[in-house]
Design a protein around this ligand. Structure first.
Ligand SMILES: [Zn+2]
Length: 411
């Protein structure tokens, strides 16, 4: 893979930072990665290649292709990326290869930088990190800017994107935090090649590195607790793309990443942010949001709404969640993978406050619902197969033959 020198260009009301990427083993994957910023952020934009390398090294590991970088790279970052590669290779030996990164221009990332920033999507984690680093903290640690990204949950051409940015700009200004925005095609490009679960931290930190000319520290909001990591029993988030082990290794000499606070549960984070009125009309947690509106039906909405209900704060969020939390909606809640950890956390909290009804509901979601869903899928295939047998003699004879070979009675 060749990462060519970045180019900075002004187009209309925006500045574009881009680089041509050549994939030697499969030219159909060659592309141009770009980041878009409003003109007022020009003093933040870095002309180095650190952001592009961090954004793309997972792809190199996935397709087992060494990388040559034509632009400037931080020696500290280069050293650490080799450590990050080993961490993910160690965790997923069959998914990734260790690759060589050749940099033609190694140069330390030096200079005075003023901003302390946080990642900000409007969700529980990012509001908690914002709250924890703006209230009662020394000035030297206080968040001065937050970054909202277009091209993650909202696509870069989403009709609601400008409206959401405007809303958060005003909201953050009320607590003396400036909003920075970046739109990018990086995630959309990588999603086709590398699982977001693996590359998420790299994609996120890549975006901050594009602004690294004036960022000294970045707080990345944590999603999981330390106890979700090995060696804890039942660890659910081992080697999650963004984690306290690898996030800080994307730092350069003068821009440092901090994976913020894995000591607190999602329920306690929700309790903390619910004390903060600016979150009431502005919480965005949904898998399929329409601007600032959450669907009130997906797993992320349901678990947030239920948590808010258990701590008696749901009413305050009636603009964020416009549909009521009903038993029927809860019944449709399918929870798998890492989401199940949050369901178990809610069950344990419900037990501690004597809400046996919710404990039973969570047991249904954890144990019974997945089995019922499987039966529904089997039933669907059985019905489709019956229809085909009635319509196609060939299909009928194939099934008859298969059953005969398996010694099953045919009907
Ligand atoms: Zn939703």
């Amino acid at each position: 893979m060749i990462i060519n020198k970045p180019v900075i260009k002004k187009k209309g009301k925006f500045i574009f930072l881009s680089s041509k990427i050549e994939i030697e083993s499969d030219s159909s994957l060659s592309t141009e990665i770009w980041y878009r910023f409003p003109l007022c952020q020009k003093n933040f934009i870095s002309d180095r290649s650190d952001a592009f390398l961090v954004g793309l090294f997972f792809l190199g590991m996935k397709i087992n292709e060494d990388i040559t970088v034509k632009g400037i790279i931080s020696p500290k970052l280069l050293y650490n990326l080799n450590q990050v590669q080993r961490y993910f290779k160690n965790s997923f030996p069959n998914e990734f290869s260790i690759i060589k990164i050749n940099c033609e221009n190694l140069k330390e990332d030096l200079g005075e930088k003023g901003a302390i920033v946080s990642s900000f999507s409007g969700g529980v984690d990012s509001f908690y990190t914002l709250l924890a680093n703006t209230k009662n903290v020394p000035k030297r640690d206080k968040i001065t800017h937050s970054v909202f990204i277009g091209g993650f949950d909202l696509k870069t051409d989403d009709e609601y994107l400008p409206q959401v940015k405007k809303h958060y700009e005003k909201l953050l200004a009320s607590i003396n935090v400036k909003l920075l925005t970046v739109d990018t095609n990086l995630k959309m490009y990588l999603d086709e090649q590398v699982s977001q679960v693996r590359a998420f931290g790299a994609i996120l930190t890549s975006i901050f590195l594009t602004l690294s000319k004036n960022i000294s520290r970045v707080y990345i909001a944590s999603a999981y607790q330390y106890r979700d990591l090995l060696p804890f029993k039942g660890a659910a988030a081992v080697a999650d793309g963004s984690n306290p082990i690898s996030d800080h290794m994307f730092s350069t000499e003068t821009t440092t990443f901090v994976h913020h606070d894995c000591s607190i549960s999602r329920i306690d984070k929700t309790k903390e942010i619910s004390k903060w009125p600016i979150t009431y009309d502005s919480l965005r947690v949904c898998w399929r949001p329409a601007g600032l509106k959450n669907c009130s039906e997906c797993s992320k909405c349901l678990r947030t709404m239920l948590t808010l209900q258990l701590i008696n704060e749901l009413e305050k969020y009636d603009k964020s969640f416009q549909l009521p939390l009903t038993k029927n909606r809860m019944k449709n809640w399918s929870s798998g993978g890492k989401d199940r950890g949050f369901v178990k956390e809610i069950r344990s909290y419900a037990k501690s406050i004597g809400r046996q009804d919710v404990v039973l509901q969570m047991n249904y979601i954890i144990y019974l619902k997945p089995k019922l869903d499987k039966l529904r899928v089997l039933n669907y295939f059985y019905k489709q197969s019956s229809n085909l047998k009635n319509r196609s003699k060939t299909y009928k004879s194939i099934i008859r033959m298969m059953k005969k070979n398996l010694n099953l009675a045919y009907n």
